[in-house]
Design a protein around this ligand. Structure first.
Ligand code: SAM
Length: 268
């Protein structure tokens, strides 16, 4: 079956038809950036919360068997929706690892009756409790306290009776990620510039996930590809990729597409 699958391409196809076409136990790492139901585009506009959750649980359930036992997956969404996804996933044979907070330095909305939304969430799961790949060394981040670390580099710091020296590559990556959103990065004189896609994810964030949770040559699933950020980074890092996106106009021109017409591709 896998011989007929076209790798290193974005499949222009509805997510359900696409997932049904994949073999089971196939994917090493899935990075999934689905609709959030925030009404920011046609594809993000569901009639009701129930319709959104039915849609979300359907693709989640179709995706899980496609992952290898050694595989991992990440799912983006609002903190509230991630909590609902987590509740759905608690009955599946998957292993919760982290509820990552992405501090975007840019609000999703303009709130005056509650706190302004400044974060998105990312669920990180593995398919096995122990046998999964995680390269914590490749995703170290700079220490915050520059002076203290400069001092410790020379003489070390006494911790529990032992002398501790900082790691030259930085500290272990925490579960709060402070990464500027693409929307915020691309502002001109403080004004939001309309982009080809409303919600491309920051490249450095996707790079962190791919480096941590896959090896060179592994197959990365880029579900709901959008511009194809995950596929581009996977390719740059020497991973294979396969993506799915319903709107071919979003895809970055550096990526090749496979345009498959299906009955469920309602946006075409
Ligand atoms: C949040 S965006 C992904 C953005 C992407 N991570 C990037 O960096 O550009 C979600 C994408 O899912 C696509 N989409 C929505 N419903 C879909 C469906 N049923 N099947 C396939 N793609 C769909 C939308 O067109 C949109 O581009």
């Amino acid at each position: 079956m896998s011989n007929s699958i076209h790798l290193n391409k974005i499949h222009i196809q509805d997510v359900f038809t696409f997932l049904e076409s994949l073999p089971n136990d196939y994917i090493d790492l899935a990075i999934v950036d689905p609709p959030y139901n925030l009404k920011i585009a046609d594809w993000d506009n569901f009639k009701s919360k129930k319709e959104f959750l039915d849609f979300s649980f359907e693709w989640i359930d179709l995706m899980l068997p496609k992952l290898k036992n050694s595989g991992s997956f990440y799912i983006f969404n609002t903190p509230y929706n991630c909590a609902l996804f987590l509740n759905h996933l608690k009955n599946k044979k998957v292993y919760f690892q982290n509820f990552i907070t992405w501090y975007k330095k840019d609000g999703l909305s303009y709130c005056k009756r509650r706190y302004n939304n400044n974060q998105e969430s990312i669920l990180f799961y593995t398919m096995d409790a122990k046998k999964y790949y995680f390269d914590y060394e490749s995703i170290r981040i700079p220490y915050n306290s520059v002076e203290r670390i400069a001092h410790a580099s020379k003489k070390g710091i006494l911790k529990n009776g032992k002398r501790w020296y900082p790691n030259q590559n930085g500290k272990l990556c925490p579960d709060v990620w402070e990464i500027t959103s693409e929307r915020h990065k691309n502002k001109i004189n403080g004004k939001v510039i309309k982009q080809n896609h409303p919600t491309p994810k920051p490249k450095e964030m996707i790079e962190r996930m791919i480096k941590a949770s896959s090896k060179s040559g592994d197959l990365v699933l880029d579900l709901f590809s959008g511009t194809g950020t995950t596929s581009i980074i996977a390719n740059q890092l020497g991973r294979k990729y396969i993506g799915c996106e319903i709107n071919k106009n979003y895809i970055d021109s550096s990526l090749s597409i496979l345009d498959i017409k299906t009955k469920r591709s309602k946006n075409e």
